[in-house]
Design a binder for this molecule. Sequence first.
Ligand code: SAM
Length: 233
Amino acid sequence: MNSLKLSKRLQAVVDYVETGSRLADIGSDHAYLPCHLAETNRISFAVAGEVVRGPYENAQKEVRQRGLEDKVIVRLGDGLAVVTSEDNIDTITIAGMGGALIRSILEDGLENGQINGSETLILQPNVYEVTVRDYLMTHHYRVTDETMIKENGKLYEIIKAVPSKEAMNYSNQELLFGPKLLSEKSAVFKEKWTSVLNNTQRIINQMEKAQSTDKEKLTELREYSDYIKEVLS
Ligand code: SAM
């Protein structure tokens, strides 16, 4: 992979970025995503933020090699601390991290005034997507697009959200499965949840066989499994 030929996962994130955006890509690693968007003239400006020196230096190298220093600025720092008000960022991408980390980066950014909640968010959590959607609902964000892709045997969810004037009220089902993904129920969606269901069922069977005394956990798992069965039926 390089900034010219992106992975399917990063391409799916790129596809959601609007032309002319001023982007902050947090956890940018090699800065492939902002470099690709700058090279294809899709963005007018980007900050590539990285907290770890090695990936930060990789990002700097990529930007230099592509001759994109005037459009993509690489900064070393934690989360949204790399963004200043003069950057006029209108779109934030955070990809390839857990849902809890994505949520805490956004919460810290708001708390510290590094963002103001008006930005378009394009997020690709590796796990705990529900945590990300809960953040979006709590902060009056509407999910406008969602997709699930499969690459190298792994399934990834990509979520685009914009601020909403009204409070958003997603059901628990929509938070867990994704409001758009749930309405589409694509083949990869069914594949993911069938696999989660099988794993959950296996754990339930093992606990029942072992006559587990953790009744609370067992009830929770049974409810979870019924929930998935309902969605898949
Ligand atoms: N975004 C790229 C992608 O999706 O391919 C890189 C994903 S990589 C798995 C996660 C990157 O996020 C790492 O380079 C890591 O150093 C960086 N990272 C983790 N926590 C961070 C934080 N709080 N602020 C900025 N970068 C962070």
